[in-house]
Design a binder for this molecule. Structure first.
Ligand SMILES: Cc1cc2nc3c(=O)[nH]c(=O)nc-3n(C[C@H](O)[C@H](O)[C@H](O)COP(=O)(O)O)c2cc1C
Length: 154
């Protein structure tokens, strides 16, 4: 079975966490295994990252940028890549929550574009999280599973 990891930061109201959980439901509905990792609880390991066929990344907009722990995640991938690990090119979907500015979108997409093949359109949600953004995340989770490499069972 294909495996997707949902990696997100959420701290202030839980908006990004709601989006991460609905997106994970979409992944499960499409038939893939999913693991959810909160980057303000812990860092993702290289082995966990390598084991993922697809990635969903979520952040709040912090100062028109991404959350610090998601930046650390990108820093980690950069360093893994520089040390010769095969970390580039996984399919990924992006989602973020903001308080009305939303200018974090561009740096988020730019950084993700260095390491991932983006699937679909970034879900942008102005808080408080509404049903429309939740449905967009569910759909994005399903779309991601269609793009992950097929695993042939022995
Ligand atoms: C430190 C900090 C900086 C923020 N900066 C911005 C910002 O530049 N633009 C914006 O639209 N919202 C900003 N916000 C609002 C959050 O993006 C918004 O409340 C988001 O929904 C929080 O997500 P969470 O509940 O998952 O933590 C900021 C919030 C915090 C705590």
């Amino acid at each position: 079975m294909s495996k997707v990891i949902v990696i997100y930061h959420s701290q202030q109201f839980g908006d990004t966490k709601i989006l991460a959980e609905v997106l994970a439901e979409g992944v499960r509905e499409a038939g893939a295994e999913v693991e959810i990792i909160s980057t303000n609880e812990r860092r993702i390991t290289l082995d966990e990252f390598l084991a993922a066929d697809g990635v969903a990344l979520g952040t709040p907009d912090y100062f028109s940028y991404i959350a610090g722990t998601i930046k650390t995640f990108f820093d980690d991938i950069y360093l893994w890549d520089k040390s010769g690990e095969s970390v580039k090119g996984k399919p990924a979907v992006l989602f973020f929550s903001h308080g009305g500015g939303g200018r974090g979108r561009e740096p988020f997409e730019n950084l993700a574009g260095k390491f991932f093949e983006q699937v679909g359109v970034t879900v942008e949600s102005r808080r408080p999280t509404g049903d429309e953004a939740k449905e967009q995340c569910r759909t994005l989770g399903r779309e991601l599973v269609k793009k992950v490499p097929l695993k042939i069972l022995p």
